[in-house]
Write a protein that binds this ligand. Structure first.
Ligand code: SF4
Ligand code: SF4
Ligand code: SF4
Length: 339
């Protein structure tokens, strides 16, 4: 499956503050209709953690020996169903002084950020970081390979993976095959739905809502082959942006700058710069062995700036000017006449 060009995103995990502004930006723009209540096309989870849907990394899918594998179909509860609150009593029922805002029905046992900020490790060397995720708009998408209706396609002009809802019959093989579990099922419409990489915004020169609204300046956007834009430099030139779970074989087009994490403390309580707080083995389990090379480059460039030397890479990652992060997709959405 080939596209003329490929849109992509790089997320710097050293800068994500877990504020969920990205999630809210996507939710308010794309998933407000009926049937989409539980959908979060953008999620931000604490790692190590179970993620969203719960335990998605162990649900299978992706490719094995070149063949798409059907993994587990995540349930609504595993995604974390949208909770119903007693708004009508508190705000409209005249009982505001007798009751308080609470969840209606059964007490939930799971939600999209149930294990937020728990992380792992033993005090004082406990650790966590935030992992924002969207559909990876893969070059070799397992969701496309698994769909018997040919209802999912990669757009020729930009490689964005979209679902044709007129062709979808709701078999949900795509949900089973996606190793990132980034497809949702709309029970009202009977079709699968997912992140559209904000293509209607990109077509107007406006970058993705989740990227544009990010206060941490975590997200870079652009074509992968645009050598003047940060994406190419981060992925191809410096090789510090790497995909999540590359072993699943889908060739993601969302890349991550791995988290360096703070220094550890030794048994005497002194700072131990040599032992990484976030274990290498854990990062390798997420990003593959290339994560170690990426971390080496990041640390070396950081040392350069400490010595007062210039580092193009550090300047790029600091992102002094937000509009230089988006590969030319930097128009103000307020200036566009939206259809
Ligand atoms: Fe398809 Fe999943 Fe890749 Fe998105 S992340 S393109 S849904 S296989
Ligand atoms: Fe949502 Fe657009 Fe971000 Fe996809 S790219 S998660 S559709 S805001
Ligand atoms: Fe992280 Fe940016 Fe999302 Fe906040 S908006 S959670 S900083 S990616």
């Amino acid at each position: 499956m080939t596209s003329k060009r490929q849109m992509s995103m790089v997320m710097d995990l050293n800068k994500c503050i877990g504020c969920h502004t990205c999630t809210v930006a996507c939710k308010t723009l794309w998933t407000r209709e009926e049937g989409k209540e539980y959908m979060l096309w953008n999620t931000v989870n604490t790692m190590p953690g179970m993620g969203t849907p719960k335990n998605w990394e162990n649900m299978g899918g992706g490719f094995k020996d070149g063949k798409a594998q059907l993994g587990k179909l995540p349930s609504r509860q595993e995604f974390g169903d949208a909770w119903e609150y007693n708004h009508k009593d508190v705000f409209y029922g005249g009982k505001g002084d007798k009751t308080h805002l609470q969840i209606e029905g059964e007490t939930p046992t799971w939600g999209p950020n149930w294990d937020e900020d728990e992380g792992a490790g033993v005090f004082p060397n406990s650790y966590f970081f935030y992992l924002p995720r969207i559909c990876n708009h893969c070059t070799n998408p397992a969701c496309v390979a698994a769909c018997p209706r040919k209802a999912i396609e990669k757009r020729e002009e930009d490689g964005i993976v979209v679902i044709n809802e007129d062709r979808c019959r709701g078999y949900r093989f795509c949900m089973e095959a996606c190793p990132y579990k980034k497809i949702y099922f709309n029970m009202e419409k009977g079709v699968s739905q997912k992140c559209i990489f904000c293509f209607p915004r990109l077509e107007q020169g406006v970058s993705n809502a989740c990227a544009r609204q990010c206060p941490g300046r975590v997200r870079f956007v652009g074509y992968r082959d645009d050598q003047n834009a940060p994406i190419w430099k981060l992925v191809e030139k410096y090789k510090v942006a790497i995909p999540l779970h590359p072993e699943r074989g889908t060739q993601p087009n969302v890349f991550y700058i791995p988290p360096i994490g703070p220094a550890s403390f030794d048994a005497d309580g002194d700072i131990d710069e040599q032992t990484p707080r976030i274990p290498d083995e854990y990062l390798i389990s997420l990003f593959g062995p290339k994560v170690l090379d990426a971390l080496d480059v990041l640390k070396a460039e950081r040392e350069k700036t400490k010595r007062g030397e210039k580092s193009e890479l550090m300047d790029l990652l600091i992102a002094y000017r937000w509009n230089e992060m988006f590969g030319g997709f930097d128009k103000n959405p307020a200036t566009i006449e939206w259809a």
